[in-house]
Design a protein around this ligand. Sequence first.
Ligand code: FES
Length: 150
Amino acid sequence: MRRHRLTVNGEDHEVDAPDGEALLWVLREELGLTGPKYGCGVGVCGACVSLMDGRAVRPCVTAVEQAAGRRVTTVEGLSEDAGHPVQRAWLRLDVAQCGYCQPGQIMSTVALLAENPDPDDRDIDEALRDNVCRCGTYRRVREAVRLAAR
Ligand code: FES
């Protein structure tokens, strides 16, 4: 067990966790941030996607110590009132069905638009390729990314 200093959604935290502990469990269990979801636990489904220094990461395969000194952002950190442009686009187009994968889809979109503010369909499909949605909301996700980019 070791003490880790983390900055999550703009707030500094100290948490006790063993080295190698998945950041996902620290976010969810220690900090109560349940936006990042547990889907596969091996980095392939995208349900947990969050940002580290603005880039998309998968906290289920990111060790807590890798987050030290970095800015971690979960979906909760985008806004207090779902007012982030990506969240607004999601709500306007009613993207979610069951909703489980949507925080990961949204965070992957935020990372995409930070790098590429005007993505075409290929860019969108490539960026969200590894965000799996069992409800098949892919078409609405793509439309919402385009709307958020406007
Ligand atoms: Fe992290 Fe699936 S739970 S990628």
